[in-house]
Design a protein around this ligand. Structure first.
Ligand code: HEC
Length: 110
């Protein structure tokens, strides 16, 4: 009799926890949908970017791209990111260089 009561108590204590876990995982599934992103400028005045229909802009995709752009782990010796050469102050160009010198400071096209 006493053990049955204990089991009921344990079940009553576990239920809120299970409910919380289930609702949290449901929230996670709902949250997996990417958030559409629209360009913050009027595309009538600038050339339209060529965005593939099957790969639309999303807030998450742009955040990932930004992360990778500044990540030096992508270079062969892990010293340079895209941003090391493609400077924001030069509108993300390489500042007028004709050829990339690469992470090893060697011109790749001679
Ligand atoms: C070591 C310097 C350097 C790094 C690091 C670098 N780039 Fe570049 N990139 C250049 C230079 C210089 C050019 C222009 C000359 C050329 O095409 O080689 C260029 C050209 C480009 C172009 C072609 C632009 C065009 O008009 O055709 C793209 C796209 C590009 N880079 C993207 C990237 C991305 C993405 C990364 C990171 C994964 C990156 N670059 C890392 C120096 C660099």
């Amino acid at each position: 009799m006493l053990s049955k009561l204990k089991n009921k108590k344990v079940a009553l204590l576990l239920l809120p926890g299970i409910y919380f876990l289930l609702s949290f995982s449901y929230y996670q599934i709902q949250d997996d949908k990417p958030t559409p992103y629209s360009l913050p400028y009027d595309t009538a005045y600038l050339p339209k970017p060529n965005i593939p229909l099957d790969n639309p802009l999303t807030v998450e995709g742009i955040a990932l791209g930004r992360l990778l752009f500044y990540d030096s782990l992508l270079s062969v010796n892990k010293t340079q990111s895209c941003a090391s050469c493609h400077k924001q102050e030069f509108y993300f160009t390489d500042g007028g260089k004709d050829f990339s010198i690469g992470a090893l400071n060697m011109p790749w096209r001679l």
